[in-house]
Design a protein around this ligand. Structure first.
Ligand code: R5P
Length: 282
């Protein structure tokens, strides 16, 4: 049975369809003091696949509760699909006294599951933080499908760590060059500075590809450079469209024609699904 977290209901339904498994209808309640109570009253069987993107602290609590609920209801085999794993960027203590948040969350999740499936985690090494087997799904290729016909396309990563994603999207698109910029982020202020490459962008359609768009600072800085260099049409593509605060508006004002994202985070721009890729991993 597929068990959706409240923020992953569309993806869980698509996954149920792709796998032929039944879709549970959990309830997501709250006590008067604010404590959460996620339950799976219709859970039946012995195998549970929980699908829950951990986009915020409440989603982590919900995930732990869903794991416990299905065990309590008799599940003997629990798989936890985390389409978007929050806290994965704090995968080391960057300053004295800081936690390795990714490890803390992974350890907690490991206590309630036999296996974890992650979709394009920020760093693949985050798998080492779990105490159970972890499978990675690379779903970036689906981002090519919604792109229109592009003129002399360039698939650009805003930093070196996203080059693999840009290459995957370019390959799935079936044409285009890939390149990357260098990025520097101030750990105190979060401000992003982009150091452009010498890629020729004038008159070309450019798709900037990243794993996450959160505040939109990385993307909008990259787009600003491309605008200044007379690129033609500009697209922003990402696996995880967190798009917090005014990110979507920042990107539109920076000159992005369209934001393309997957349903690991369910937003307006989530026009392609990772369900088939996750179904393959399952
Ligand atoms: C960081 O290295 C990630 O790959 C993304 O570039 C980053 O999380 C995007 O965040 P923001 O949209 O806040 O710049």
């Amino acid at each position: 049975m597929i068990i959706p977290g409240s923020g992953s209901q569309a993806l869980a339904a698509a996954l149920a369809e792709a796998t032929g498994e039944a879709l549970a209808t959990p309830t997501y309640d709250r006590f008067p003091d604010g404590e959460q109570l996620a339950a799976v009253p219709d859970f039946a069987g012995d195998s549970a696949t929980i699908v829950c993107s951990t986009t915020g602290d409440e989603a982590w609590v919900e995930l732990l509760q869903l794991q416990d609920a299905v065990r309590e209801a008799g599940a003997t085999e629990v798989t936890t699909v985390i389409p978007y794993m929050g806290y994965a960027r704090q995968d080391e203590a960057f300053k004295q006294g800081q936690p390795v948040s990714a490890r803390a969350m992974a350890r907690a999740v490991s206590t309630g599951t036999d296996r974890v499936v992650l979709v394009n985690p920020h760093e693949p090494d985050v798998a080492d933080c779990y105490d159970v087997p972890v499978d990675h799904v690379d779903a970036a290729g689906v981002l090519a499908a919604p792109l229109p016909a592009l003129d002399d396309p360039l698939f650009l990563a805003p930093d070196e760590s996203a080059v693999g994603l840009a290459e995957t999207v370019s390959e799935a698109y079936g044409a285009g060059d890939t390149d990357y910029f260098e990025k520097h982020r101030d750990r105190d202020t979060g401000a992003v500075e982009i150091e452009p490459s010498d890629a020729t962008v004038q008159g070309r359609d450019v798709v900037v590809v990243d794993d996450i768009i959160a505040t939109g600072s990385t993307m909008s800085e990259a787009i600003g450079v491309l605008e200044a260099r007379d690129a033609d049409r500009l697209f922003a593509a990402c696996v995880h469209p967190m798009l917090v605060r005014n990110a979507a508006t920042k990107l539109r004002n920076a000159g992005v024609e369209r934001i393309v994202g997957t349903d690991t985070v369910e937003r307006e721009c989530s026009c392609v699904s990772v369900a088939d890729a996750v179904a393959d991993a399952l």
